[in-house]
Design a protein around this ligand. Structure first.
Ligand code: MG
Length: 375
């Protein structure tokens, strides 16, 4: 049995990961971490009997402690790193909805665990540091994000010199064919294809999710911005493509279900039968591909700009976005204000390079700036 730690086990990707682990039957869960859902974490702890569990929210930690006595319990962001330090594991899956698990992922790389990453924010904020460390320790970062998993699969056993570009597909979100005027929160939260957490659903509507994925791809595959393209593909059947210098395109197609990229991250390069219904290509009536509307979805251009600038700018972009989305979900700003606020914060930022603390400082600064702009 391989030993695994799951960060973010109660969220949307975390729950799907648990389903995959049950299906594979070859993993022993030794550590679990969740933000605040202590009831679900407690149920998972009863099922898998991990050695350590971590609750990030103090309130949830107190509740968990009061009602569940068995596993060793840690608290807070530091608890994640402490848990990774204390456990012997082969693999870690990070599926937290923010970069809160970063120190845990860094410790996992230092301990040479295989890292399966769903949390793109970690690479957007700290990609240079993470990838440098992974290279030093000969650790592969395997993507779970469906587009990056598709690219990873298309690039297996290929020569980098033959690569022309990678093409990330985007569903286009709920506003692909609708105006961005008078947008209501309910419209934003109603994604046409994927049922996901609220934060990523808003990112999908602004298309910032795709912008963040461009930066994520830059780090994962070591490619410059000009080699990373986006196409709008509303059917969400083709999960991304790669184009080679001779013009050949390879694509990965499957039923849109996150259990597939999660399972592949755990079994690659081996393929195991999955409970996900197989795609019947004869039932797919139409596959369409179109260029994105960069004018309408201003977040895309902001993300490319942040990637071009580099240093702490992508971390500032991502943090300003996190904060703006939070304000939008709390009805404090309108939908159209999200890119405007991010752009303002980016304009005020003087990018620097440095260690983790320097990048964390940039995120703190961006959070304060975003809040002060909306007071
Ligand atoms: Mg994705």
């Amino acid at each position: 049995m391989k030993r695994i730690i799951i960060l973010g086990s109660t969220g949307s990707i975390g729950r799907k990961t648990i389903e995959v682990i049950r299906h594979l039957g070859t993993y022993k869960v030794v550590g679990l971490a969740a933000y605040a859902n202590y009831r679900r974490l407690a149920a998972q702890a009863v099922e898998f009997r991990p050695k350590i569990v971590t609750m990030i929210s103090q309130k949830a930690y107190d509740e968990f402690k009061r009602t569940n006595g068995r596993a060793r319990l840690l608290a807070g962001e530091e608890g994640i790193a402490e848990m990774v330090d204390a456990l012997d594991a082969d693999t870690i899956i990070c599926a937290m909805a923010s970069s809160i698990g970063t120190r845990g992922v860094i410790r996992a790389i230092e301990k040479r665990m295989q890292v399966c990453l769903a949390t793109k924010e970690i690479l957007v904020n700290f990609g240079d540091l993470i990838m440098r460390k992974a290279k030093q320790r000969h650790v592969r970062i395997i993507p779970i994000d469906s587009e990056h998993s598709a690219v990873y699969q298309c690039l297996e056993n290929r020569h980098r010199k033959d690569l022309q570009s990678i093409i990330l597909t985007a569903s286009g979100g709920p506003f692909l064919n609708r105006s961005l005027k008078n947008v209501k929160k309910a419209d934003v939260l109603n994604h046409p294809v994927w049922k996901m957490g609220r934060k990523i659903t808003v990112d999908s509507a602004t298309m910032m999710n795709k912008g963040l994925e461009v930066i994520e791809a830059h780090h994962l595959f070591g490619l410059p911005a000009r080699m990373i393209k986006i196409v709008v593909h509303p059917e969400a059947i083709c999960h991304s493509l790669v184009q080679f210098t001779d013009g050949t395109l390879l694509a990965q197609l499957s039923t849109p279900d996150m259990r597939l990229p999660i399972q592949y991250a755990l079994t690659a390069p081996v393929r195991i039968v999955s409970p996900v219904p197989q795609l019947d290509i004869t039932k797919v009536k139409r596959l369409t591909f179109a260029p994105p509307d960069y004018k309408k979805f201003a977040c895309l251009e902001l993300a490319y700009r942040a990637l071009d600038t580099g240093k702490t700018m992508p971390a500032v972009l991502n943090t300003a976005n996190e904060e703006a989305v939070h304000l939008f979900l709390n009805d404090q700003i309108g939908f159209g204000a999200i890119p405007r606020i991010i752009e303002k914060v980016m304009t005020r930022h003087k990018p620097v390079d440095g260690d983790l603390e320097c990048y964390l400082e940039a995120t703190r600064w961006a959070r304060e700036q975003t809040r002060s702009l909306t007071c």
